[in-house]
Design a protein around this ligand. Sequence first.
Ligand code: NAD
Ligand code: 89Y
Length: 344
Amino acid sequence: MAIQKGALIGCGFFAVNQMHGWRDTEGARIVAICDRDPARLRAVGDEFGITRRYTSAEDLFADGGFDFADIATTVRSHRPLVELAARYGIPTICQKPIAPTMEDAKAMVAACAEAGVPLMVHENFRWQSPIRAAKAAIDSGAIGEVFWGRVSFRSAYDVYSGQPYLATGKRFIIEDLGIHALDIARYLFGDVASVTARTRRVNPRIVGEDVATMMLDHRRGITSVVDCSYATRLPVEPFPETLLEVDGSKGTLRLSQGYRLHVHSRDGTEVTDVEPRLLPWASPPWHNIQESVSLIQQHWVDCLRAGREPDTSGRDNLKTFALVEASYRSAAKGKTVPVEEFLG
Ligand code: NAD
Ligand code: 89Y
């Protein structure tokens, strides 16, 4: 089977995980890297032994010699880079959030569709093995028909030292982290008709909101609460665990801190340890996220080979990004916002 050759653009904080992930991925390898910051380019190039290095994405694409691009830059550059890849007919992965606005996100999806190239958003949280285990338990029917859910991420972990830009944007937790929790809610409970949200800034040293609570009306009749906070000091810091509560007609499911999955049904309560594998290059507490990077990248290669649309394609991700936009609008206006306002 031919190896898919990749080029990674953006050699920053998170890209190192992606580079490790690519080493694990069956059927792919990174042959070129790009960063406009020469020091970061050198650091990643040296660590991973990549000799083809570019400070300009235009030069990278003009030289070619790769089958897909992996964009790991921050949000402002996502649209120009995805459109550049589309012009060169190169299948592309783009980090979350897909774009700063819905207009940009739709233009990116349209550009790739017109060029006939696959676009996947690196929406990896739904690939975390504890989330997969919860989904499998729900799908087994053990708790019956789901009528209510909660996706919760509450922490006081210092994310600002590794990612300083998180402290400076007008938008913070919904766009950066809530986006993953909203995607998990879609993954578990289906698409959403309307959103009611409230936000708050607790930390005075940041610009955006660090606390958000969203109530989602899912089309299937399920109600869910998605809540996230970077201002919540707990006795045992849970970062970066997403906790779940799901109520069904026959029982309940809880994914609790410490990666414990509880499935309570008529037959009793089963508690399973669903802690993710500690990959050789991973470092707790990030190992949960790091494992999901490997899993989503393998999914990308499998889809490329099979000619299948990835689960978190650009097209799919517009529905998650619409929840981000609807949440900000709802919080600003203090009222419920139909998701259709962004997807129509
Ligand atoms: P970062 O600022 O550390 O790194 C971004 C890098 O991209 C920088 O080195 C910068 O020089 C480079 N860059 C920017 N524009 C460029 C361009 N046009 N051409 C070439 N290089 C360019 O950022 P980060 O913390 O690594 O975040 C990158 C992305 O990853 C963000 O979108 C962030 O939201 C996302 N992220 C995702 C996860 C996850 O679990 N999925 C976790 C953390 C961060
Ligand atoms: O950027 C964020 C993400 O996607 O996962 C966790 C994070 O690194 C900080 O909130």
